[in-house]
Design a protein around this ligand. Sequence first.
Ligand SMILES: Nc1ncnc2c1ncn2[C@@H]1O[C@H](COP(=O)(O)OP(=O)(O)O)[C@@H](O)[C@H]1O
Ligand SMILES: [Mg+2]
Length: 262
Amino acid sequence: MKPLLSVNNLSVAYAGGRIKEALKNASFKLYKGEILGIVGESGSGKTTLASSILNILPSGTRKEGEVIFEGRNILKMNDKELRNIRGNRISIVFQEPAASFNPVLTVGYHFLEFMGKNSAMNKRENKGRIIEDLLRKSGIYDTKRVLKSYPHELSGGQLQRAMIALAISSNPDILIADEPTSSLDVTVESQIVNLLLELRKELGFTILFITHNLGLVKVLCNRVAFLYRGEVKEITDTKSLFLRPKHESTKVFINDYLRLVS
Ligand SMILES: Nc1ncnc2c1ncn2[C@@H]1O[C@H](COP(=O)(O)OP(=O)(O)O)[C@@H](O)[C@H]1O
Ligand SMILES: [Mg+2]
């Protein structure tokens, strides 16, 4: 089967860093319909990987390798081509919802601005109704209040729901979720995870689920790529990861988790 997205020998070094520092020859494939987990300890390169896929790394960052989507390398695309990918074909939900919103603008403004930048969505009439529908789909029912609110006036869970509503507004092929629940408490975490699963069922997007939480991997992911210090150490189905971890770093990571939950 042809992959939806292929990351081939991707290496990334931030400005000032050594070449191949944050990611070292990382390769994996994402197939349509699956939930692929990208797992690793803090600092292992997960967010760098997510940012590379959308080509949103800070300027001065050195990149080698390729990110192939529909036969074309995202790392080589011009701004116009990138606009057609980012937040459109491939959307992202970040770890810290408060940081994803501009604190001096209302939530509603973010939606209008986002739609204004997307030519297909910008042409649609009844934008207000479309936005309220998106919020309701994402589990926000007091839509008018939320749209009028500034980010600090909402809870982390509500903001993350609003972020998810924005992310699905373009009906993306791929949703990248970069530790979408690690800033939330566990009750809200399970609500958000269930929301992602419901939306996936309804809209059919493929999920790249980034996390350091093996509990979430167990319930969510079909396959897992394990990152350690910028390297993909193994890619396997989720069951085998727990039963037969191959790499030493994976074994340590899994044993730490099992100690924690037992
Ligand atoms: N903007 C940046 N500038 C310089 N170094 C960075 C930057 N972002 C991340 N790094 C470094 O790159 C490595 C990988 O970070 P990151 O991708 O954020 O890991 P993770 O998401 O797995 O916690 C870390 O060593 C981190 O310190
Ligand atoms: Mg991260």
